[in-house]
Design a protein around this ligand. Sequence first.
Ligand code: NAD
Ligand code: LMR
Length: 336
Amino acid sequence: MVKAVVLGASGGIGQPLSLLLKASPLVDDLALYDVVNSPGVAADLSHISSPAKVTGYLPKDDGLKNTLEGADVVVIPAGIPRKPGMTRDDLFKINAGIVRDLITGVAEHCPRAFILVISNPVNSTVPIAAEILKAHNVFDPSRLFGVTTLDVVRASTFVAEITGEDSRNIVVPVVGGHSGDTIVPLLSLTKASVSIPTDKRDGLVNRIQFGGDEVVKAKDGAGSATLSMAFAGYRFVVPRPGHWQMLTTTNAIGGEKGIVEPSYVYLPGVPGGDEIAKAVGIDFFAVPVELGPNGVEKATNPLGSVNEDEKKLLEVAIKGLKTNIDKACKMKIPFE
Ligand code: NAD
Ligand code: LMR
């Protein structure tokens, strides 16, 4: 039996993500939580003829506890989105508090669940989540993921637009963080090998780094990416009894045995992560991770084989990430 939870289920990401999870035959139990409308979203989804039992909870009547108990995977898209002119960091004050409270619930009611943080700024909300879990003595770095999959999805799409390939056959390792120039697409390591004209390369890197702004601008005040994020969130992890299967073609194309995709993780705490943490000089960083039933089985280090341009991008990203991580770790966290 696999129980998936969406916290922030009534929102722009939460609703389509919950729909995809409800449609998946791999989910047996789907619990939805939000401060508004979650019983309505759950009632609507419950009419879909797929196996998952759907329940919706509000904060009243121990709603968060009832949502989380027994959860195997908790996806968190709760929080406010950007408007034009804002950075993701501008969301810190409000979303940090929301993530703190929700992660406290996870620590108390389902500490062994896989936790997928979507709420922005991911560069800071994941370190906040780690601090809360540590304070409750339940931090397992192999089970905490900052969801950066949308950057990977965008990279495949935008590369394919230039090369004319099928985007499903293109896998770009995107490392670093999830905001502007902290996002580092390692185009030189793209699989299958693609040829990107030199005059298009800088524009392509910039588009992957600032793809979120493109959507924020087009939505003109009505929020940020929701549908592509729901796709990416669903693709990142779909539970299978005793295992975690990406709904991506990554494995087949790369010929890899494991399930590998970049995620923003606490490097010193995951197998293979220590060496990467030393190389980048910070503790949180997105790298391709291999997943297994206990979470991260191995963090892989693609940084040794990057080219000179990518080295420069990495330097900028590390500087920005350091600021974002320090800000999160300095936050005073009330627990009572
Ligand atoms: P939205 O406003 O449409 O939905 C957010 C939902 O969270 C709302 O339904 C709201 O009621 C709910 N919520 C607020 N406080 C809550 C709480 N304490 N407990 C439970 N639910 C709560 O926003 P959205 O477009 O769905 O975006 C959500 C977040 O995801 C934003 O922070 C956005 O920046 C981020 N995001 C991240 C990525 C990524 O790649 N990681 C991509 C897109 C958006
Ligand atoms: C994205 O990359 O689309 C999200 O992080 C939302 C945003 O604020 O751009």
